[in-house]
Design a protein around this ligand. Structure first.
Ligand code: FMN
Length: 273
């Protein structure tokens, strides 16, 4: 199957950060594909997919997958399965990286997703002793695999193990997406080794990074985010969270962010911006 991405610079899945307004800005800036944060197929929450993103699932079994995929299939570009989440809640419920050892369940889930859609299916994993085995399994059901080569213990810090990711690339018979400290500076170098790269934290509050990577002359600020966000029923705390993200890199950010942290509604937020 052909990959319908516009280019090889993808927005990494990020829970809370990747709301639809933020994803739309990243897409406008030039992202080849945007990912939602991880979503449980049993969720009742409203999901906005106006940017036709990759929708990322997390779960511990196949419950609700078929129905969920059917409901949103037309609105997504592809389906991704998260085997990377290292958080405490993932440990408690046994999803994300805590499912790595359970090949039977992983296979059941991938098979269910595969049988529910004709769209592309991808999987996102971390560095673990099961990663190569999962890669083999992924070849049966997925169109690409994404590797974030940090262990569960590392979380998001410490070295991203490039050599480990290269091992996955060497073995995999499907395209490999690389995630882990990708920046404006190293993205093209990494694309010599991998098929696609994902930009995560460097894109937070900074959708312009995709414009820089794709040589587009576009600038964004928080007001552009607000304009888009106005179309959706986001709670105020989400808008405030993104205001903090977008102002992180600005001059005098510390003072401004302190002010933002104290605002209680949109009017107060606008006046301090
Ligand atoms: C705030 C935040 C939320 C994240 N949420 C998800 C998620 O929902 N699903 C997922 O697969 N990875 C998630 N990640 C991991 C990123 O997709 C990415 O693999 C990781 O941050 C490494 O890339 P980076 O160094 O470019 O940030 C998250 C990372 C951050 C910082």
């Amino acid at each position: 199957m052909k990959f319908p991405f516009r280019n090889k610079y993808l927005l990494a899945p990020m829970e809370e950060v990747n709301d639809v307004a933020f994803r739309l800005l990243c897409k406008k800036a030039g992202a080849g594909l945007t990912y939602t944060g991880m979503i449980n197929p049993l969720t009742q929450q409203k999901i906005h997919l106006d940017d036709k993103p990759a929708l990322q699932l997390f779960c511990t079994n196949t419950k609700g997958i078929k129905e969920f995929v059917k409901k949103y299939d037309k609105k997504v570009c592809l389906w991704d399965f998260n085997l990377g989440c290292p958080a405490k809640t993932a440990r408690k419920h046994g999803f994300g990286v805590f499912l790595h050892h359970d090949m039977k369940t992983i296979e059941k889930i991938l098979k269910t997703i595969r049988e529910s859609t004709k769209k592309l299916v991808t999987i996102k994993i971390r560095k673990s002793r099961y990663a190569l085995k999962i890669t083999k399994l992924a070849e049966k059901y997925c169109d690409a695999i994404c590797i974030h080569p940090r262990t569960q213990k590392q979380g998001y810090s410490g070295e991203s193990d490039l050599k480990f990711a290269e091992k996955i690339k060497k073995q995999a018979k499907i395209p490999v997406i690389y995630s882990g400290n990708v920046t404006e500076k190293n993205a093209d170098l990494l694309l010599k080794k991998f098929d696609y790269v994902m930009i995560g934290r460097k894109a937070i509050g900074n959708p312009e990074i995709f414009a820089k990577l794709t040589n587009k002359k576009i600038m964004f600020d928080f007001k552009d985010y607000l304009k888009l966000a106005g179309k959706y029923d986001f709670p105020f705390r989400q808008i405030k969270f993104q205001a903090m993200n977008f102002t992180k890199r600005k001059r005098g950010a510390r003072k401004l962010r302190l002010k933002i942290s104290r605002v209680k509604n949109l009017k107060e937020l606008m006046s301090c911006l």
